[in-house]
Design a protein around this ligand. Structure first.
Ligand code: FMN
Length: 192
């Protein structure tokens, strides 16, 4: 099963990027074929309809292809003002746009429809970005994704990793693994 793991942050010391790295390793150990995507590697401007009329940016097309190729995703989202960050929204807004004159991408739902998605979050606060998830889930449903019923919010994230980005909060492994297991379980059955 091909699983795409990515964080909704490009910050160098991002806790969600660290969580995504740990999650990717754990999903690999569970037998998944994992792509660990860094959104910072893609040149995606803030969505603007005028800009879009001049042509969909090439990296948006690349991202559409990557998201489309993976039946399952695990997102590690930060929480900004009790919701998910603009980076996440902007990425999905571009992904959802049909590309006129490009027969591969006339259907705006193509990169997202039917994907099984696990939601994780991390925050230095006690709630671990839990409130971001309650906004992200409806967005994913609107994009016609299947969202795994179990999710996990890693609180006190500043103490959860060592200097090399390894997870030292051992108690967090079990709930992260539970999300991975659910995503693999559902994605395997939906794509059987
Ligand atoms: C604009 C902004 C709003 C934030 N709002 C929240 C919040 O509502 N809840 C929370 O737990 N943390 C909040 N934070 C703190 C983030 O959780 C923290 O910056 C975290 O490190 C961001 O994720 P990252 O480490 O993956 O980049 C906010 C940070 C920013 C920049």
């Amino acid at each position: 099963m091909k699983v795409l793991v990515f964080a909704g942050s490009t910050r160098l010391q991002s806790y969600n990027r660290k969580l995504a790295r740990v999650t990717a390793e754990m999903a690999r150990a569970s037998g998944a074929e994992v792509t660990h995507l860094e959104l910072g590697d893609y040149d995606v401007p803030l969505y603007n309809g005028d800009l879009e009329e001049r042509g969909t940016p090439p990296d948006v097309i690349r991202l559409k292809q990557i998201f489309f190729e993976h039946p399952a995703w695990i997102i590690c989202t930060p929480e900004y003002n009790a919701s998910y960050p603009a980076l996440v929204k902007n990425t999905f807004d571009w992904l959802s746009r049909s590309v006129p004159n490009n027969p591969d991408w006339t259907d705006g739902y193509k990169p997202t429809q039917g994907k099984v998605v696990g939601v994780l979050s991390a925050s230095p606060g006690a709630l671990g970005g839990l409130r971001s998830q309650s906004h992200l889930v409806p967005l994913l449903l609107n994009l016609r994704c299947w969202v795994a019923p179990q999710s996990y919010a890693l609180g006190r994230a500043a103490e959860a990793f060592d200097a090399e980005g390894r997870l030292v909060n051992e108690a967090a492994r079990k709930p992260i693994q539970a999300v991975i297991d659910q995503v693999l379980f559902a994605a395997q059955r939906l794509n059987a």
